[in-house]
Design a binder for this molecule. Structure first.
Ligand code: HEM
Length: 156
């Protein structure tokens, strides 16, 4: 296997792992929310709140191997599709170290001290406030946009 192919393999693998461990628990937490029961959120929220550092490392490794792939392939590092990738990566890191880092921690704290039973207004607000929903929309749009950018390489 050539060096660029090996780096591309690592690039894709680390991003797949990063997306799985960040989006998977988030999806389950949204589905658990729909059951309306605090008990169904608690275990998931506690597990998800501890995944931040590992998720961060996986995204970083995905980005680093992407850059190394580009360098070894002798791709123009300022090609439009790569600039889009840098912006997309920066957005993922920015939301990852702010809202997507603090939200699971805040949720875990709330469900730890809330007894089993129906969802409280505090929990409903955590899920449905405008900031959280805005970041959720960014997260949902991000994956297809990045895959489109990588495969189609627009403007190039
Ligand atoms: C810092 C950001 C990124 C950089 C520098 C980067 C760089 C690259 C490079 C150089 C290639 C090889 C393109 C080729 O073979 O011509 C590639 C392919 C690929 N990247 Fe990225 N990438 C980045 C972000 C992402 C993200 C966020 C994802 C997934 C969400 C992703 C998924 C892929 C996939 C699936 C391929 C294979 C595309 C194909 O062979 O058609 N990349 N990337």
């Amino acid at each position: 296997m050539s060096m660029p192919l090996l780096l591309l393999f690592l690039h894709i693998t680390f991003f797949v792992v990063a997306i799985t461990i960040s989006y998977g628990p988030l999806l389950l937490l949204r589905l658990a929310y729909r059951t309306g029961e605090v008990g169904n959120l608690r275990g998931l929220a506690l597990v998800h709140s501890g995944l931040g550092p590992l998720t961060f490392v996986m995204y970083m490794l995905g980005g680093i191997f992407g850059l190394l792939t580009a360098i070894t392939l002798h791709v123009d590092l300022l090609a439009p599709w790569l600039v889009i990738a840098y912006v997309g990566f920066a957005i993922a890191v920015l939301t990852g170290v702010t809202e997507n880092r603090t939200w699971p921690i805040r949720l875990a704290e709330v469900v730890k001290r809330t007894p089993d039973g129906p969802l409280t207004p505090e929990i409903r607000d955590l899920y449905m406030n405008r900031r959280t929903l805005a970041v959720l929309v960014i997260d949902i749009v991000w994956v297809p946009v990045m895959i489109f950018d990588m495969v189609i390489k627009p403007f190039s």
